[in-house]
Design a protein around this ligand. Sequence first.
Ligand SMILES: Cc1cc2nc3c(=O)[nH]c(=O)nc-3n(C[C@H](O)[C@H](O)[C@H](O)COP(=O)(O)OP(=O)(O)OC[C@H]3O[C@@H](n4cnc5c(N)ncnc54)[C@H](O)[C@@H]3O)c2cc1C
Length: 422
Amino acid sequence: MKIAVIGFGAAAIGLLEKLRDNSYQVDVFEKSSDIYSSSISGIRADGKLFVSNEMGGEIYIDPLVQHRFVDYYINFTDKKEVETGKSFASALYYQKFYEKGFLPVSSEFFHIGTDQLKEVLFNIYEHFKRSSNIRFHFNTEVTHLEVVSDGVLINDEQKFDLAVVAVGRSGHKLINKTISQYPELILNNTRVDLGIRYELPNHIVDDLNREMYEFKVKYKSRTGYMVRTFCNNPSGFVVTENYGDFTTVNGHAKMREKSSNTNFAILASLVLTEPFNDPIGYGSYIAKLANLLAGSGKVILQTYSHFKESKRTKNLYRVLPTLEADKYILGDINLAFPRRIIESIIDFIENLNTVIPGVANNDNLVYAPEIKFYSNRLNNRASERLKFIGDCSGATRSIIYATAHGYLLGECILNNSYNIDI
Ligand SMILES: Cc1cc2nc3c(=O)[nH]c(=O)nc-3n(C[C@H](O)[C@H](O)[C@H](O)COP(=O)(O)OP(=O)(O)OC[C@H]3O[C@@H](n4cnc5c(N)ncnc54)[C@H](O)[C@@H]3O)c2cc1C
C-alpha cells in the first residue's frame, strides 16, 4: 500500500511514528526547502507542550497518552532539559482570578524553547530517515488533490492508495481548494479568534510567571465575547508570522536567551452564524487591512493608552519592543479592528489590572493583528482515500493533540479501519 503524507509537522510526526518500519510505502511531501526551514508552526517556534483536557483540540486525548508524547519530544532534545510547570496549581491564584470573573484554565506544560526545538525537529527527521519505508520530498508543495476510484492523485501526477493531509494552518490554500472540490468534507466552520499581542515588563507579572509560567484565563467581556490569554512568554520575544499573503504577530521564548519583557496574546473569540461561512477569509481580510496600514509584511504597534483612546502612537516611553524595528510601524489598531473586538480587549485588560496591577499601564505595548484560525472541522468519514490530521482537520490546536491525532490515524491504518470519527 502506498501512502502519501502531505506536510511534515506535529501530526505527521505522530503518524510516521506509527507507520515507520512496516510494509507500507510512505512518501512525505513538505513544501519547505529542507528540515531547517520547515514551516511556521509550534514545532519551529517556542515549543510548549501542554497536557490538558481543557485546551489543545476538539478530540479527547487521554492525559496519559499526552504525557507519552511529551516524553517522546523531550527524548529528542540533546540534554533532556525543559522548563515545566502547572497553571493554577495554587488555589490562591485560582481564587484571585475567579473572584474577578475570570475562568482559569488548568494545564501542565513542558517548554522546550525555540533554540532546542531546531535540534528536536532535526533529530526526529533523522530518526524517520532511518526507516526504509519512509521517503521525504522537501521543496514539494502539494497544490491539488483528486480522489479517483482506486486512490488519490497528488498534483495531477502521482497516485497513492491513501493520502493523509497534515498541512497545519499554513496549508490553508490546499485545504480551501480541496473543500471547495469536496464540500461534503466540511462539518462546520464558524469560529475565528482575533486580537492582539500584549507586551509588558517582566517585573509586573514576575509573581505570576514564577507561579505558573503559562497563565491561561478566559473572561466573558461586557460585549458578550469570550476573551482569553494565549501563549504567555516570560522573558520572551515578539515575532511576526508570515502567511504568504498577510503577516500577523506572535510570540515565543527561548531556553537560553532572555529578554526583560513578557508577552502574551489576548484574543476575542468570534462565533458567527449563517450566512457566514468563511472565518479564515474574515480573519485574513482584517490582517491584510492592518498590513495595508503598517506596510507590507509589517504589523501595527501602539501603546495601551493610545489603543484605548484611538490615537496614533508616535513615541514609546518606558517599555521597549522586543520585535525587530523593521517589522512594525507605530500606528492605530482602531483603524483596522472592529469596535466590538477593541472594546472586548480593553475590558479584559482593565479587569486583569484589578488582579495584576500594572497590566493596564499606559506605556505597555499592543501589537496587531494576532489571529488564531480555526480550520474547518473536516469529516474523516467522508472518504476512505483522503484523511486529514492535525490542525488542518479542525480537530486539534496544539503540538501534543496534533501528534496524538496523527498517531491515532496510524493505528486505524494498521488495523485497516478507515471509517474513523477522529
Ligand atoms: C508561531 C506558532 C507558535 C506555536 N506555539 C505552540 C506551542 O508552543 N505549543 C503548542 O502546543 N502549539 C503551538 N502552536 C500550534 C502548533 O504549532 C500546532 O497546533 C501544531 O504544529 C499542528 O501540527 P500540524 O502537523 O497540524 O501542523 P504543522 O506543525 O503546522 O505542520 C504542517 C506542515 O505542513 C507543511 N505544508 C503546509 N502546506 C503544505 C502543502 N500544500 N504542501 C506540502 N507541505 C505543506 C508546512 O510547511 C508544515 O511543515 C504554535 C503555532 C504557531 C504558528
